[in-house]
Design a protein around this ligand. Structure first.
Ligand SMILES: *Cc1c(COP(=O)(O)O)cnc(C)c1O
Length: 465
């Protein structure tokens, strides 16, 4: 029998087909050639491994596959997504959106040169943290501060600088896993720190810490259990109690507050979330928090506290590997400057403005958008409904944020299919499925994105017609 693979077209033949010659006009010749080789390889191995004789696809079919492959490769995997999930600080979607001022700062700094490590007054070399240290101190009340890549790096650096081979006393109820397999005990052991667990999952008293203190103790540590809550019969030592104990035993107290608000979130009718100025005021020696959670800035980890500890941390060799780049620094400075006046922060910083938006605004937007989306003819029902959004990012896990959504049931196909079509559509939109309906939650959707949602639905309707 003749080898069926002999009928496979060559790369040159494929490139001559009308479909691929038009693709070559759009992307480079070499991109199409390597895609063609790949698809031909795939076809060869499919034919060879087929149990029964398998017909070799026609040149036209193969050319179409090459065109599809090129098209898929041409789409960047990292792209803008409209967050209609109702999870405001969605880690998978990049957490906090940045303020316009932060974006402006990034653009200016990225486009040219900047005073990253030069003091313009003296013309001398400076430290890059100088650009932001005073600001962090101003908004938190701390004596000194440094900034690193994220809060996980902050934890690692603090433990390494303060006590390699020494013990850190932590309550058993606070040994959290923060998603993405970030487990505090693992972080501690990875840098040679020894974890000394005290108390039980639901109860730890300050006396438990005191009993565990020994000659090898480096510090007392409190970790905010951001993403879960132990409720019911619980007790934990307060920061004030730990600070008092630390003073008595000459041990520093480290407060990993995680989400790290810079304003009291009670303002937005939310539960009290540990906030950095309060920890400093209560006497924590070091406070650690993320820049892209409740601060609403770029991804980074902020370490604020007493000068003597910050000095040690800043000099640690690992600091160099964890430092932030000029773009993050620029965005952080712009974000923190807004906090000098809470009224300004609430307008400028998207996270705060989302929390501060009256529910009626969302209702009006949902009621306006729903009939516009319904015009597409794609839905059996499409209406504005009330819903429940969440803060996310491991913050305030029990807290429900009232919101308005557009609830849809497609005429054809399942809600799962609709969800996927919008995810891979243009622009990409992510919603959530609830009670058999597909919801687009407007909580974290910027008003200017309403029209983009409309065009995503219109594009989908065009495709399906
Ligand atoms: C989120 C969180 C972290 C990790 O912060 P990243 O900035 O994501 O690295 C660490 N500790 C606590 C308590 C957190 O909530």
């Amino acid at each position: 029998m003749q080898n069926p693979l002999r009928n496979l077209p060559s790369v040159t033949d494929l490139l001559k087909t009308p479909v691929l010659s038009s693709v070559v006009d759009k992307v480079s010749h070499s991109t199409v050639v390597s895609a063609a080789r790949r698809v031909l390889d795939e076809v060869r191995s499919q034919v060879k491994s087929a149990a029964d004789a398998m017909p070799v696809p026609s040149p036209q079919e193969i050319a179409d596959r090459v065109a599809q492959w090129v098209q898929k490769q041409d789409k960047p995997k990292l792209k803008k997504v409209i967050n209609a999930t109702g999870i405001v600080l969605h880690t998978g979607l990049g957490r906090a959106p940045l303020s316009g001022t932060a974006l402006g700062a990034i653009q200016q700094i990225a486009a040219g040169y900047c005073s990253l490590e030069i003091d313009l007054e003296s013309g001398e070399r400076s430290q890059r943290v100088d650009a932001v240290e005073d600001l962090i101190c101003e908004v938190t009340g701390a004596e000194a501060a440094v900034v690193v890549n994220n809060n996980a790096a902050a934890t690692l650096l603090v433990l390494s600088a303060l006590g390699q081979g020494k013990e850190f006393i932590v309550s058993r109820g606070q040994l959290v896993e923060i998603g993405g397999n970030f487990r505090l005990p693992d972080v501690m052991s990875s840098c040679g720190a020894i974890l000394r667990e005290v108390g039980t999952t639901n109860k730890t008293r300050v006396g438990d810490y005191e009993e565990a203190i020994g000659p090898n103790t480096a510090a007392l540590m409190r970790v905010h259990t951001s993403n879960y809550a132990v409720v019911g019969f619980t007790e934990s030592a307060s920061l004030a109690e730990l600070v008092e104990l630390g003073k008595k035993k000459s041990l520093p107290v480290i407060d990993d507050i995680g989400s790290g608000a810079l304003v009291d979130f009670k303002r937005y009718g939310l539960m009290h979330e540990p906030f950095a100025p309060e920890s400093i005021e209560q006497g924590a020696d070091l406070v650690l928090f993320s820049g892209d959670k409740l601060v609403g800035g770029p991804q980074c980890g902020i370490i604020a506290g007493k000068k003597e500890h910050i000095k040690k941390i800043a000099k640690h060799p690992m600091m160099r590997a964890m430092r932030v780049d000029k773009l993050v620094l620029g965005a952080l400075v712009a974000t923190l400057r807004a906090y000098r006046d809470v009224a300004v922060a609430e307008v400028e910083i998207p996270l705060l403005s989302i929390l501060n938006t009256p529910l009626d605004n969302l209702k009006h937007r949902a009621e306006r958008l729903a009939p516009q989306l319904a015009v597409s003819g794609l839905f059996q029902s499409c209406e504005a409904v009330e819903g429940q959004a969440r803060l996310g990012g491991g913050s305030l896990p029990n807290e429900i944020l009232p919101t308005w959504c557009i609830a849809m049931v497609p005429k054809q196909g399942s809600v799962e299919t609709l969800s996927k079509q919008l995810r891979v559509g243009e622009p990409a939109v992510m919603g959530r499925i609830h009670d058999g309906k597909f919801l687009l939650d407007l909580k974290a959707v910027a008003p200017a994105e309403d029209l983009q949602i409309l065009s995503a639905i219109q594009n989908l309707a065009k495709q399906s017609s």
